[in-house]
Design a protein around this ligand. Structure first.
Ligand SMILES: Nc1ncnc2c1ncn2[C@@H]1O[C@H](COP(=O)(O)OP(=O)(O)O)[C@@H](O)[C@H]1O
Ligand SMILES: [Mg+2]
Length: 343
């Protein structure tokens, strides 16, 4: 029993999101491997896993930022086109691990930008203030103000986004996502960088979003936050779904604990492959050594091992380099985009 199936009775619930066998490869690196995930109406589902597990990449596959190498994603029964704006139009909104706001626009304007997929006038008309815009403008502004009240930022509507404290910028991103009237919202580490009070407020906000009839899929590292909030939690390790279940099922699973503490365990995804490759390499190396210098190889076994270890570290492939760059950028608070652009 490696992967627990959902404990929610899916026959009586509407499936909002269905990801089937989603795989994403970057060159030689498989960041996401055959992941199935379902989100039903009215649910808050959590996605956890150590850094580099493939959580953000999976989100990018769901939102059309990446075209998955394999697998399919459907929203309310319709296969999603792999284009971010089409996915937003269909009803999926998201926030980003690295906050992406228009820093020199006001708080209100940022929410209005999120609204453009739902206005007939469109973004260009809005920016150029074309005919017909004025009428639509009033309605859009009223809706945007409603959302700012919902997140508790209405008193800062005319502040520049860049002047908001970090926690409020995260909330503003949520308001902007909500402005597209989604049926599902994907939140990538919504409490990263928040203090405990802000985190608790974010928890309340997410419950309130769910109560508005919007399904939620949330990535977080804060376990208390996740286990308080979620009806169901899935854990990714090295791109594979290790387990999925209720908070208490996942919380008590020794494999999840091991994944977070970095302790290897039996049946860990990838562990068998790694062991196999290491054994094959060691064997090949020993044979080569033995063929070249039969006596020396027998004598200096420790030296051979040290050399092998050195070589393991030396060659970096392009995929590695890219992956490293991406991870580095993610770990800073820089607002520079490292994922594909959303437009
Ligand atoms: N555009 C990309 N090109 C190459 N490798 C990538 C790219 N995006 C992510 N990766 C790699 O995929 C793996 C999963 O990354 P990510 O999805 O960001 O993990 P998580 O969000 O769980 O921390 C990492 O090894 C990362 O370096
Ligand atoms: Mg991530």
């Amino acid at each position: 029993m490696n992967t627990m199936t959902t404990t929610t009775d899916t026959t009586t619930k509407t499936t909002v999101l269905e990801a089937k066998g989603v795989t994403m490869r970057f060159g030689g690196l498989t960041a996401v491997k055959g992941v199935d995930l379902q989100v039903n109406a009215g649910e808050i589902v959590g996605l956890i896993g150590p850094n580099g597990a493939g959580k953000t990449t999976f989100f990018n596959c769901l939102t059309g930022l990446y075209v998955p190498t394999e697998g399919s994603v459907t929203y309310k029964g319709t296969v999603l086109p792999p284009k971010p704006h089409k996915v937003t139009e269909a009803g999926i909104a998201r926030t980003f691990q690295n906050i992406r706001l228009f820093h020199n626009m006001t708080v209100l304007e940022n929410v209005l930008v999120g609204r453009h997929t739902r206005t007939k006038e469109g973004l260009w008309s809005a920016l150029l203030r074309g005919p017909g815009f004025k009428k639509a403008e009033a309605a859009s502004e009223a809706r945007a103000m409603e959302l700012l009240e919902f997140i508790g930022l209405e008193h800062k509507a005319d502040h520049l986004a860049k002047n908001l404290p970090y926690g409020e910028q995260r909330k503003l991103e949520i308001a902007r996502a909500l402005a597209s009237d989604p049926g599902l919202i994907l939140l990538d580490e919504p409490t990263a960088g928040m203090n405990p009070q802000e985190t608790r407020a974010a928890e309340e906000l997410i419950f309130a979003i769910r109560d508005k009839g919007i399904a939620v899929l949330v990535i977080e590292h804060d376990m208390r936050f996740i286990f308080n909030l979620c009806d169901r939690v899935a854990c990714l390790v090295q791109g594979e779904k290790l387990i999925e279940g209720t908070a208490s099922e996942v919380q008590g699973d020794e494999r999840v604990i091991a994944a977070y503490l970095g302790t290897p365990f039996e049946g860990e995804p990838g562990a068998a492959e790694v062991a196999e490759v290491e054994a094959a390499e060691a064997h090949a190396e020993a044979e080569a050594e033995a063929a070249a210098e039969p006596e020396a190889a027998a004598e200096t076994e420790t030296e051979t091992e040290a050399e092998a270890a050195d070589e393991d570290e030396a060659p970096a492939t392009d995929a590695d380099a890219e992956a490293d760059a991406d991870t580095d950028a993610d770990s800073t608070t820089s607002t520079t985009s490292t994922e594909g652009e959303a437009k």
